[in-house]
Design a binder for this molecule. Structure first.
Ligand code: ATP
Length: 353
C-alpha cells in the first residue's frame, strides 16, 4: 500500500462541489506537486490532508492509518504556507523550537534539533534574529525548518515560493528539493507555476475544476499531455486543427499540406477535424534539419526571448510557433519569408478531448 492515499475524495462547500472523485497514491519519500489554475481545488485537497478541512466523501490514509476525520494536531504533518506565518514575537530559534515545545520535548533535545534544523537551512548564524529582520526567502527557510523540526510523516507546501522574487524562487525551490531528498520526506507541493512543478517533482497532478486531469512524471506531463487542458496549461504548445484524409494510412492535412502521423487516427473518419499538438522546440528550419515531416508557411512574427527566438508561421488557417536556439550570428527569418519546418512525425500528438 502506498504511504499517503487519497481515495475518491469529494469536497463541497454548501451546494458547490470543489473537489470531485480525487484519487492519488503517493509513495514514501516521493515529491508530488498539485499543479493547476487558481480555484481548481489544489489548496482544498492539501488542507484536507492537513486536517484543516474534512472531506465530504472519501478516505485519506497515511502509513496505512485512516486519518480522514483526525484533527490537525492528531496528524503528524508539517505545513508551510505562502505567507511565511512565522511568530513575529519569537526569534528564529524559538520559531523552529515551537512544535517541539508544544509536544513537551526535553530542552536538551529541543536545542539539539533546532541546531540541526538551522544547519539544514544554512541559517545557524541568524538564530537570534526576529522575522522582521529577515528577507522573505530567509523567513520561508525558517518556516520550512519549523515544519520539519518535529519530524513529520508528511510535508505539505502551499505555494511557498509565490511571494518571493523570481531569482530567490528558483534558488529556494532547489534548496527545498535538496532538503526533501536528503530527509527522504514524503512531500506534497501546491503551485500554479508549471516551470516550478516540472523542475522539482517526482510526479505532478494536473488539476482542473476539482479533478485530477493527468498524473505523471514531469516528462510524461510535458511530452504526452493527455487532455487539451493539460496541453494548454503545461508549456507553450501549438494546438493545430487538421483534417483526416485517410484514416487507414493515418494521413491528415494541415491546410493543404498532407502529413502521415505515427499514432492511429481512428476512430476519427475521413473528413473529421482533429486537434494536434506540436511543441515549439520540436522542429527546425535549418537547411540540414532532420525529420520526415515538413510544414511550409509564411512567417508572421519573430520574438527574441533570450535563449530562444520564437517565430510564428501561418500554415493554412493555423499559426504555428517554433523556437530557434539563440547563437552568435543567428539571423531569424524575416516577416513574410517562406520557411519549411522539419520534424519527426512522432512530434505531432493527437489530443482527443
Ligand atoms: P488558488 O491557487 O487560488 O488558491 P486553488 O486551486 O488552491 O486556488 P482552492 O483554494 O482549493 O483553489 O479553492 C477551490 C474552490 O473552492 C474555489 O472556488 C474557492 O472559492 C472555493 N472555496 C475554498 N474554500 C472555501 C470555503 N471555505 N468556503 C467556500 N468556498 C471555498
Amino acid at each position: 500500500m502506498s504511504f499517503l492515499t487519497l481515495s475518491n475524495i469529494q469536497k463541497s462547500f454548501g451546494p458547490v462541489q470543489v473537489v470531485k472523485d480525487f484519487d492519488m497514491a503517493i509513495e514514501k519519500g516521493e515529491f508530488v506537486s498539485f499543479l493547476g489554475p487558481s480555484g481548481c481545488g489544489k489548496t482544498t485537497v492539501l488542507r484536507m490532508i492537513a486536517g484543516f478541512e474534512t472531506p465530504t466523501g472519501g478516505t485519506i490514509t497515511v502509513a496505512g492509518r485512516d486519518q480522514t476525520s483526525l484533527k490537525p494536531n492528531q496528524r503528524n504533518i508539517g505545513m508551510v504556507f505562502q505567507a511565511y506565518a512565522l511568530f513575529p514575537n519569537m526569534n528564529v530559534a524559538e520559531n523552529v523550537a515551537f512544535g517541539l515545545k508544544v509536544a513537551g520535548k526535553p530542552k536538551a533535545e529541543i536545542d539539539a534539533r533546532v541546531k540541526e534544523m538551522l544547519g539544514l537551512i544554512h541559517l545557524g548564524h541568524l538564530a537570534e534574529r526576529y522575522p522582521y529582520q529577515m528577507s522573505g526567502g530567509q523567513q520561508q527557510r525558517v518556516a520550512l525548518a519549523r515544519a520539519l523540526a518535529p519530524k513529520p510523516q508528511v510535508l505539505l507546501l502551499d505555494e511557498p515560493l509565490s511571494a518571493l522574487d523570481a531569482k530567490i524562487r528558483v534558488s529556494l525551490r532547489e534548496e527545498i528539493r535538496q532538503i526533501q531528498q536528503q530527509l527522504g520526506i514524503t512531500t506534497v507541493f501546491v503551485t500554479h507555476d508549471q516551470e516550478e512543478a516540472l523542475s522539482i517533482s517526482d510526479r505532478i497532478v494536473v488539476m482542473n475544476a476539482g479533478r485530477a486531469d493527468q498524473i505523471g512524471t514531469p516528462a510524461e506531463i510535458y511530452n504526452r499531455p493527455s487532455t487539451r487542458f493539460v496541453a494548454n496549461f503545461v508549456g507553450t504548445l501549438n494546438l493545430i486543427d487538421a483534417k483526416v484524409i485517410d484514416p487507414g494510412e493515418n494521413r491528415i492535412a494541415i491546410g493543404d499540406q498532407g502529413v502521415t502521423l505515427r499514432e492511429p487516427v481512428a476512430p476519427a473518419k475521413a473528413g473529421d477535424t482533429i486537434s494536434l499538438a506540436l511543441r515549439p522546440e520540436a522542429g527546425s528550419i535549418a537547411p540540414d534539419a532532420k525529420g520526415e515531416t515538413a510544414l511550409t508557411g509564411e512567417v508572421v512574427s519573430s520574438n527574441f526571448l533570450g535563449s530562444v527566438i520564437r517565430t510564428r508561421m501561418k500554415v493554412g488557417e493555423s499559426v504555428i510557433s517554433f523556437d530557434m536556439f539563440n547563437s552568435p550570428g543567428l539571423v531569424p527569418p524575416a516577416v513574410g519569408e517562406t520557411v519549411t519546418l522539419r520534424f519527426t512525425a512522432g512530434d505531432l500528438l493527437i489530443i482527443r478531448d
